[in-house]
Write a protein that binds this ligand. Structure first.
Ligand code: FAD
Length: 411
């Protein structure tokens, strides 16, 4: 991009200045023009991807695989602890109720995670299985099973007595049924990003540690992908300030009883209790970090840059009350760790993979909405195809479909 106000190559009638761009000029959905085949043949397109979280890192890798010269930029290090991707573990599962698009994306992404895990010296995917269980409303379970049957997934449906026999570490009081996905499990999140970026660099990609902000210039590039996670609306407050909202999320791990094998990944799956719509979820004791618990409800709206990373007694008390009811063998378990992170929520939970409305050479990627990690490989593929070929992803991922009132639909 030119260092002057109007980006070189931008249609003159747009007359987009860098300032208007960064403030977010708003407007209609547009298509990214394809980088012409002749251009691609002559010299590989140069793409800068800003944001080395799961979306940016996979986008960089998918662009590299397609022949682009890619520089990945982050203000801090890939998968750092305050980014949304920087936690210890993230769940991968294909249970998405009627939202078949995400089931398909999770399944397509799984093979990428498996191969990254094989290439790494340490596990990245821990396939301990994923268990979802439900009280009164089984519609999510039934819709998921229907989708999984079509996708050929070996998902099991279990009634309460089967659940109790198989997973004795959980008290299934009030539960009607559950579904178990044996092929899915935990992704070791920070390790996954660091391994992926390491491989990307080994294959010829570049990484620069620097901050892109309203007063700085973008590096010279034919295209720019901005995958800034919860920081994305800070760069485009007018365009995205209400469309992507960061909320505070607190995550806790507890020390399992000494010598008790039931909380190890060999016996215990990742799980989510739908709890009549007030979802809690967690993991077994992965790599000795402790048994994880989190409340999936959106917390207070926060700024990822300034939010206080100390846990609150209120969030801990909520999780402990849930833990003691559902996992009675963990009563009085000692707190091992506490982390404060943030979701970057689109209005309904659908991702954003779209050109900037006033500067089609800029592709915006984000809105992970508390469920994005597992989809990194597929989001990266779609973003790379949009960037290089102008291929539009599903309309659910465009800007026009992003509302300004939070109404979560994708769980
Ligand atoms: C507590 C918690 C639990 C979750 N659980 C799950 C789960 O179980 N399963 C699942 O699939 N998903 C889960 N998610 C969601 C998932 O982790 C996120 O959707 C995903 O990590 C978002 O990735 P990202 O790349 O968009 O953002 P980020 O990981 O935040 O990356 C954005 C990057 O951009 C960089 N950046 C920002 N601004 C600038 C700038 N101006 N200049 C340069 N660099 C900049 C940041 O430093 C950061 O590294 C969870 C999220 C949280 C917080």
């Amino acid at each position: 991009m030119s260092k002057r106000g109007t980006p070189s190559g931008a249609p003159p009638e747009l007359n987009v200045t860098r300032r208007s761009l960064l403030l977010g000029a708003g407007g209609v959905a547009v298509s990214a023009p394809a980088i012409l085949p002749a251009q691609r043949r002559g010299s590989a397109p140069r793409v800068t991807v800003v944001g080395a979280g799961v979306f940016g890192s996979w986008t960089a890798e998918q662009l590299r695989r397609r022949g682009a010269r890619v520089t990945l930029v982050d203000a801090w290090s890939p998968g750092h602890s305050r980014s949304s991707s920087g936690g210890e573990s993230r769940m991968t599962r294909a249970g998405y109720g009627k939202d078949e698009i995400y089931a398909r994306m999770a399944l397509a992404s799984l093979s990428e995670w498996q191969s990254l895990s094989r290439a790494s010296g340490l596990p990245i995917l821990v396939p301990h299985g994923v268990l979802f269980f439900f009280q009164n409303d089984l519609s999510y379970l039934l819709a998921s099973l229907d989708v999984h049957r079509r996708l050929g997934l070996p998902t099991e449906s279990l009634d309460r007595s089967a659940l109790a026999a198989r997973f004795p570490m959980i008290a299934f009081d009030g539960v009607q049924g559950g579904m178990f996905e044996p092929r899915f499990g935990a992704l070791m999140a920070r390790r996954a990003i660091q391994t992926l970026v390491h491989r990307f660099l080994g294959a010829g990609g570049q990484f620069e540690q620097r901050r892109i902000d309203g007063t700085g210039d973008y590096p010279a590039a034919d295209r720019i992908v901005l995958a800034l996670g919860p920081w994305l609306p800070k760069l485009f407050p007018r365009l995205l300030g209400q469309r992507i909202v960061a909320t505070r999320q607190e995550v806790f791990t507890f020390v399992p009883p000494a010598g008790d094998p039931w909380f190890t990944p060999a016996r215990m799956p990742g799980w989510a209790d739908f709890n009549n719509g007030d979802v809690f979820y967690g993991f077994p004791d992965l790599e000795g970090k402790g048994v994880k618990f989190a409340h999936d409800a959106h917390g207070a709206v926060v700024d990822p840059q300034t939010q206080d990373r100390r846990f609150t007694d209120k969030a801990l008390a909520e999780v402990v009350a849930f833990r003691d009811r559902r996992f009675p063998r963990l009563r009085n378990a000692q707190l091992a760790t506490a982390e404060v992170c943030q979701y970057e929520n689109s209005s309904n939970g659908d991702f954003l993979i779209a050109p900037h409305p006033d500067e089609p050479r800029i592709i915006l990627v984000g809105g992970g909405s508390g469920h994005g990690f597992k989809h990194g490989p597929e989001v990266g593929r779609m973003a790379a195809e949009l960037t290089l070929d102008g291929k539009q992803p599903d309309p659910r991922f465009n800007l026009a479909s992003k509302g300004t009132v939070q109404k979560r639909e994708v769980i």
